[in-house]
Design a protein around this ligand. Structure first.
Ligand SMILES: NC(=O)c1ccc[n+]([C@@H]2O[C@H](COP(=O)([O-])OP(=O)(O)OC[C@H]3O[C@@H](n4cnc5c(N)ncnc54)[C@H](O)[C@@H]3O)[C@@H](O)[C@H]2O)c1
Length: 271
């Protein structure tokens, strides 16, 4: 699969899954723009790529900020062919859990709810909105949701709702942009060892006594063992490989699809 001469922008790619996605696109010959809230993270992630690349500080949840970033990409790298909406934040709200130990949902304030939808749904909306008039016909948009979009996750009520909305927005935009041959697809990552998961482990440790004496990594490994039929964690590159495929000509008839890369976690086995 060659993406030679294609230009991709990956939001929130200063670290974690986004950085892995950027790496996979670079390995397939694309020019890569890395955006993040942190200039330092964006620059270091872009500098690690073996391709023409640039790091840009841009807020994925702000149309003006993303419009400026995409215009900069067009002037430096020539165009925009592919947008990956990856930026997001973890969803476990420890404060909410302390307020209402029995129900993460009841512990959520209006502000908690708004924050989750801002970082995990508005990011996809604002970035896509800014990109639509700038991305080339025949291009590709890839949204990063979560397995929390597919199965109820009572620990993460607002995060799950935001990610389910991202998955559905994917289908709506796939129809909306089909006349321009822009394909829109969505990846639901499973369980991936990133800074976001370290913070999730801290929250689980605080609220579940069985994790009290475990390290963040030990908690992560117990969750993988219990939840993943294939028995292994997923990596940022597992997500990047599917993103590259979705963006390639080999996927030219695939649009509006929501695919889990989760080692079978979302199958929800009963025994
Ligand atoms: N790690 C997992 O197990 C997992 C599982 C399912 C889905 N996801 C999703 O994958 C995506 C990446 O998660 P991660 O685990 O790599 O997280 P991470 O916290 O390691 O990295 C996220 C990056 O996004 C940036 N960011 C956050 N908000 C932004 C904004 N408004 N504009 C620009 N950049 C912003 C952060 O600065 C950070 O560098 C998120 O959408 C997350 O919900 C992660």
């Amino acid at each position: 699969m060659s993406l030679e001469n294609k230009v991709v922008l990956v939001t929130g790619a200063g670290r974690g899954i986004g950085a892995g996605i950027a790496k996979c696109f670079a390995q397939h010959g694309a020019k890569v723009a890395v955006t993040d809230l942190s200039q330092e993270l964006a620059d270091s992630s872009a500098a690690a790529l073996d391709t023409q690349s640039m790091g840009i500080v841009a807020d994925a949840a702000n149309q003006n900020s993303m419009a400026e970033a995409i215009d900069l990409v067009a002037s430096k790298l020539g165009q925009l062919d592919i947008l990956v909406n990856n930026a997001g934040i973890g969803g476990l709200n420890v404060e909410a859990q302390e307020l209402s130990p029995a129900s993460a949902f009841l512990g959520l304030s209006d502000d908690n709810w708004d924050e989750q939808l801002h970082y995990n749904l508005r990011t996809a909306f604002s970035s896509t909105h800014a990109a639509i008039s700038r991305i080339r016909d025949g291009g590709s948009i890839i949204n990063i949701a979560s397995i929390a979009a597919l199965s109820p996750t009572p620990m993460l009520p607002a995060y799950g709702a935001a990610k389910a909305a991202v998955a559905h927005l994917t289908r709506t935009l796939a129809v909306d942009l089909a006349s321009r041959k822009i394909r829109v697809n969505c990846i639901c990552p499973g369980i991936i060892w990133t800074r976001a998961w370290e913070l999730l482990a801290d929250g689980m440790k605080a609220r579940q006594s069985e994790f009290a004496n475990m390290s963040q990594r030990q908690i992560f490994e117990v969750v993988i063992e219990n939840a993943a039929p294939l028995g292994e964690e997923q990596t940022p590159e597992d997500i990047g490989n599917l993103a590259v495929f979705f963006a390639s000509d080999q996927a030219r008839q695939i649009t509006g699809q929501v695919v889990a890369v989760d080692g079978g976690i979302s199958l929800g086995q009963m025994g």
